[in-house]
Design a protein around this ligand. Structure first.
Ligand code: NZQ
Ligand code: ZN
Length: 394
């Protein structure tokens, strides 16, 4: 096992009614004037906004709204939040929403402590994160794991490319996870969130170095199994508390401290790299892009890195209960099981059905590899990426 650091400073309040901890926790972390960041209005319809406003008012904590943060958050939404924060001399950021809102809030937290433009602070940019405003999240949609990790994804202006912002200072100070807040998430987004979390676990499982990481692999398999079990329950009954709770906790755990890739050789998140290009070009929902790419990526990887056949076979047996004894056969079944799972939760079946034009596949492959080869078990270069996109087309 490779050496690694493990650090998760976020306090989690999990369960129905845990919003009661909001005001005291903000005060605990020095907040006295809050920038309240949220999305397109779902929280005003489902009562979450009112619950938060009541808590803050009762505690005498003033707050200033930054509403309208869009999915796949554009940097303009981040800049807007930075402006409001500065105008009102806020000292705390509360993100209420899904990954897009929390990610935008993380970029705001770094941006308010930086004199230049916030895009400088994205990975590979010319700036450096040296300080950040304290932030916390109230999660309303399960999937990304942003509530318990230190990263965010922001859509830039050039080609709508998605950029990562990452720093230990961007861990939320606390996150409130009330599964009832997710009852109102529309089916499409609930299921996309389930696949997103599942894919985070895939990205951390099919990584070189997995030979030696039994703890990470077996915990990961358990989480994947819990998503495969509970996603259909949420689909059948969106108000199934325990199913929502399990999906919420599995999603949070999936990326918490990037624990399941710890001790391995490192991953550059190839399925995410390819999926992000679909969001950049077509504005597609994040989890759906992953469902479109994952089966083809895994099939291609198995062919190119047959020395990992055992890992695919383990996955088939331990996540999907495949009983096939022959590793080669079980490994192939692993891929059909992932596809069956995606289909069973109503993810788009292929790129064509999702509205992707065939003549854009080469562009997508080029963009997905523009910063170098991707791949976690083998190199995926531009030609490989094109092959994967072609397999995913129909
Ligand atoms: O904007 P509102 O009106 O709130 O509606 C949202 C939005 O339309 C809606 N929604 C959320 N909670 C709801 C609800 N509707 C009704 N009731 C509720 N309780 O759901 C829609 C999607 O929300 P969004 O935040 O965009 O979804 P998600 O949580 O999937 O976030 C996606 C973003 O996270 C990034 C993705 O790239 C994408 O930009 N990711 C962030 C990661 C991280 N920080 O670690 C990792 C992920 O891999 C991912 O890349
Ligand atoms: Zn994701």
């Amino acid at each position: 096992m490779e050496n690694f650091n493990f650090y998760i400073p976020t306090t989690v309040y999990f369960g129905k009614g845990e919003i009661k901890n909001l005001a005291s926790s903000i005060k605990q972390f020095g907040g006295s004037k809050v920038l309240l960041a949220y999305g397109g209005g779902s929280i005003k319809k489902n009562g979450v906004y009112d619950a938060i406003a009541t808590e803050l008012k009762n505690a005498g904590i003033p707050y200033f709204d930054c509403d309208g943060i869009r999915p796949n958050p554009p940097v303009a939404d981040v800049r807007k939040g930075i402006k409001i924060y500065r105008e009102h001399n806020c000292d705390f950021i509360l993100a209420v929403g899904g990954g897009s809102t929390i990610d935008a809030a993380k970029a705001m937290a770094a941006g308010v402590c930086y004199e230049g433009d916030v895009m400088d602070l994205m990975a590979g940019g010319k700036g450096e994160i040296k300080a950040a405003a304290p932030l916390a999240s109230v999660l309303t949609m399960a999937g990304t794991g942003s509530e318990l990790d230190m990263g965010g994804v922001i859509t830039g202006e050039v080609n709508h490319k998605k950029h990562t912002i990452m720093h230990p200072l961007l861990y939320p100070k606390f996150s409130i996870l009330d599964p009832t807040y997710t009852f109102s998430v529309p089916e499409k987004h609930s299921m996309a969130g389930c696949f997103d979390a599942f894919d985070h676990l895939l990205e951390c499982y099919f990584v070189a170095g997995s030979e030696s990481t039994d703890v990470q692999n077996m915990m990961n398999e358990g989480l994947m199994r819990s998503i495969v079990k509970n996603a259909p329950k949420v689909l059948a009954n969106p108000e199934d508390y325990d199913a929502r709770a399990n999906i919420m906790w599995a999603s949070s755990m999936a990326l918490a401290g990037f624990q399941f890739v710890a001790g391995k050789k490192g991953s550059n998140w190839p399925m995410h790299g390819m999926g992000h290009e679909l969001s950049s070009l077509y504005g597609m929902t994040h989890g759906e892009t992953l469902a479109l790419v994952a089966p083809s990526y895994l099939a291609y990887t198995l062919e190119k890195a047959p020395q990992y056949t055992w890992l695919f076979a383990n996955f088939a047996r331990n996540v999907f209960g495949v009983t096939e004894a022959d590793d080669n056969v079980a490994a192939k079944l692993a891929i059909s099981k992932v596809k069956e799972f995606a289909d069973s939760i109503n993810m788009p079946k292929n790129l064509k059905e999702a509205g992707v034009e065939e003549n854009k596949l080469a562009y997508l492959a080029e963009k997905a590899t523009e910063w170098g080869s991707i791949g976690a078990l083998c190199d995926i270069n531009k030609e490989d990426a094109l092959d994967i996109f072609k397999r995913a087309f129909n």
